[in-house]
Unconditional design. Structure first.
Length: 275
């Protein structure tokens, strides 16, 4: 695909960002469809997104936004989707005729990732961690019909915004907040948004078993939680599943073409296996 003035450019921005598989996925999509476009990983520290975006030339079509910039993306956009506003953060910026539009593909991406691996509708879920990713996954679980969600955070006070986002959902589930060090098994969906280093043997023993485990990371794989789930045949939804599904949606926004799911997933799996 060629934009006026030459090929389009896109990137994933955040800090850190060197580990991101997003360039691998999007470039595989371009190759599969024969599109002419560039996609890179660019480190943009907290507080720097507005300045970075202001310096982009007309060839820039879209940005995948990761931590810690998702709330900054909302503030700089001329247009904000209802979903991004509901989630309290945007992982996608798309250039339009009127400026930049902010959206959130993490929520539908998480819903699609869970549905691909697990057909049931558990009544309950526990989310380990209380940041922006927890908010997006919590909204996705509400979309899937989960009625009670426990958010377990190392500092429960830091989960306020995530909990508020889930409670704003039109089919708002019951949400409670607990400290991570006292959270116990509640069944249903178990979601981890915390680093592998925080997944101690004691914590893993407390929160399992579950009907399905959703591990949102893909950089530290397999995590202790995933290893324990696989040992007992608990279905696992991976961070790569989430990344691929949300990237397919971004790809369509950036290029105007449906993202080739199989090609993008295969590229991501190969890159992950090579690490």
């Amino acid at each position: 695909m060629v934009a006026e003035g030459g090929p389009i450019r896109c990137a994933v921005v955040g800090d850190p960002v060197a580990h991101s598989l997003s360039p691998t996925l999007h470039r595989a999509g371009y190759a599969a469809l024969g599109l002419t476009a560039a996609y890179d990983a660019i480190r943009v520290p907290a507080g720097g997104l507005a300045g970075f975006v202001a310096g982009l030339g007309p060839e820039w079509r879209g940005l995948s936004v990761t931590a810690p910039l998702k709330r900054e993306a909302l503030a700089l956009a001329e247009e904000v989707s209802d979903l991004a506003r509901l989630a309290g953060g945007a992982n996608t910026l798309v250039r339009t005729a009127g400026g930049w539009s902010a959206d959130n593909t993490d929520v539908p991406g998480a819903s699609a990732a869970v549905r691909e691996r697990f057909a049931g509708t558990p009544a309950t879920a526990t989310i380990l961690g209380g940041g922006a990713t927890a908010a997006s996954v919590g909204l996705a679980l509400a979309d899937l019909g989960v009625g009670r969600i426990t958010v377990a955070a190392r500092n429960p006070g830091n989960a306020t915004e995530a909990v508020a986002a889930v409670r704003r959902h039109p089919a708002a589930p019951e949400v409670r907040v607990l400290a991570l060090d006292v959270t116990e098994h509640t069944g249903g969906v178990l979601v981890s948004t915390i680093p592998a280093a925080a997944q101690t043997a004691e914590l893993v023993a407390r929160v399992l078993p579950a009907e399905v485990v959703f591990e949102v990371t893909y950089n530290e794989w397999p995590t202790p939680l995933v290893e324990a789930a696989l040992r007992t045949d608990i279905p696992v939804v991976s961070g790569l599943d989430l990344l691929v599904h949300q990237a397919v949606l971004q790809f369509a926004m950036f290029t105007g073409h449906d993202g080739p799911l199989d090609a993008m997933r295969s590229a991501g799996e190969a890159a992950q296996a090579a690490r």
